[in-house]
Design a protein around this ligand. Structure first.
Ligand SMILES: *Cc1c(COP(=O)(O)O)cnc(C)c1O
Length: 484
């Protein structure tokens, strides 16, 4: 055998690389519950990853060893139980195992021709999800990278419908020369929906907010009036099932009735909030969603499957097929009776993310996933009650779902000082790294908004959040009282 002067992929590397990766993965998982949300000296830890492109590679063992050695300790512990920032789900063991196999198989789940397994499991898992969320069986689903792209799918179908109502095909002709697309929502609209409107050529400023008060809660009369003023012209209404600051829900049934009265499209963004539907304790929050035209859900949030994974459900598959029409001589034709996800969604080559979704539903079923959701509902109530008991904290909103909105408030400070203090406390919490939660503005006030969506999280993790905030908050408040 002649020695190459540089490294090349070699079958002999596979066994040792796999053993190394699995060994490190196993150690990592064994310590996951106790890991901080982020090492405080992360920039130091990233230093080994530098330099210019190696001319002669170092081989697979060296590359993977470097990543295990320096990469694992530098990663945010998003899979762990102390990560309350954004809305970040964990990974169930079944989903984790299936995702390893997904990487192993490297299937493009574009169409039957590229992966019967990926496509079959996607069809099946989407059917199970419709059962889980009690959505009509005849709706079409497609898996996406997340809720942003699921919103994109739903709103692309809406745009297609809107264009066709004007006698045009926007996917073929574009929107040039057409009137602006009227879009309505409450102040709860998610930033990703605005990004989707930008990507769809509708424009983020197309949205008219029918909201009132500092939280922008739906003003139903304003929505009704706005649609009536269009005089029957088609419009898109976006309802928000679970917003990120306090876990509030738009009144979906009411928005549905208004949309129907004026012949408008109703899109529901239920990225994490649709999971309220799987517990009888919170199901009422999603009332009416099964009569909408398109619905968004995230997989990597409350379903606890790995990144990246989201679901879009749309009533009229024809709109999706026209919006995402995709063909070439070397691809399966549009009349191929077998499933073809590449022509009902934005991606063509796509990860077989259905394997992890199928696996977690197969492993734990409806009851298991309902238990995960209810465990988080309980933990959110527990956190809310603890915040209420603590003298230095103030809850700012009712605890309705898995988000608790509160601020640090030691008393005797005016609003602008409290805002500055909570902003600094937010930064201090992330620098400290033991536990992660982010800040936001709720009704004009700087607030914490931890979201609980990891199956591993326990009361002790939630307690740690309050304890660390109390400790860091006291230090900042002392500093504040010393400064003139
Ligand atoms: C998280 C979220 C999104 C965006 O989801 P990604 O998975 O990050 O793309 C959209 N809408 C709502 C309500 C969300 O919470």
């Amino acid at each position: 055998m002649t020695e190459s002067p540089f490294s090349l992929p070699d079958r002999a590397e596979i066994e040792p690389v796999l053993r190394l990766a699995l060994e490190r993965a196993s150690d990592y998982l064994a310590g996951l519950d106790d890991r901080p949300a982020l090492a405080p000296d992360v920039e130091e830890r990233l230093r080994p990853f530098a330099g210019s492109l190696p001319e002669h590679g170092h081989g697979a063992m060296e590359a993977v060893r470097l990543l295990a050695e320096h990469g694992l300790p530098a990663a945010t512990t998003t899979a762990g139980p102390k990560f309350f920032h954004f809305v970040v789900g964990g990974v169930t063991p079944a989903a984790f195992g299936a995702d390893l196999l997904t990487a192993l198989l490297d299937q493009p789940a574009y169409a039957w021709a590229s992966s019967p397994l990926g496509v079959h499991l996607e069809v099946l898992a989407l059917r199970w999800l419709r059962e889980l969320f009690e959505l009509p069986a005849e709706w079409t689903g497609v898996m996406t990278t997340g809720a942003t792209m699921a919103n994109f799918v739903g709103l692309a179908a809406a745009r297609q419908w809107w264009g066709e109502s004007h006698g045009r095909d926007p996917s073929r002709d574009g929107l040039a020369g057409m009137p602006p697309v009227p879009v309505f929502s409450s102040g709860h609209i998610h930033a990703s929906a605005l990004k989707c409107l930008a990507m769809l050529g509708i424009g983020r400023d197309a949205v008219r907010i029918a909201g009132s008060g500092p939280a922008g809660r739906l003003d139903a009369a304003a929505l009704d009036r706005g649609l009536r003023e269009l005089g029957g012209a088609p419009a898109i209404v976006i309802a928000n099932a679970g917003e990120v600051n306090a876990g509030e829900y738009d009144p979906i049934r009411e928005m549905l009735d208004i949309a129907r009265r004026h012949g408008a499209w109703l899109h529901v963004d239920g990225a994490f909030g649709l999971f309220a539907r799987i517990s009888p304790r919170t199901r009422h929050l999603t009332d009416g969603v099964d009569e909408a035209d398109s619905v968004t859900v995230d997989g990597h949030k409350w379903l606890n499957v790995p990144y990246d994974c989201g679901f879009s459900f749309v009533r009229d598959v024809g709109l999706l097929k026209r919006a995402f029409a995709y063909s070439a001589d070397y691809l399966p034709g549009p009349d191929d009776p077998r499933p073809n996800f590449g022509s009902v969604g934005p991606e063509s080559s796509r990860r077989a993310r259905a394997l992890a979704v199928w696996a977690t539903l197969q492993a734990y079923g409806r009851a298991g996933h309902r238990h995960i959701v209810e465990h988080h509902l309980d933990l959110a109530q527990y956190l809310g009650a603890r915040v209420d008991r603590e003298p230095h904290f103030e809850r700012l909103a009712p605890v309705q779902i898995n988000i608790v909105c509160f601020r640090y408030n030691p008393g005797g400070l005016d609003e602008s000082t409290l805002d500055a203090l909570n902003e600094r406390l937010g930064r201090a919490l992330l620098e400290d790294g033991r536990v992660f939660a982010g800040t936001t503005k709720f009704e004009g006030r700087v607030a914490f908004r931890p979201a609980i969506s990891n199956w591993r999280t326990r009361e002790a993790d939630v307690d740690l959040l309050v304890d660390v905030l109390d400790e860091l908050g006291a230090a900042l408040a002392r500093e504040l009282s010393r400064s003139p």
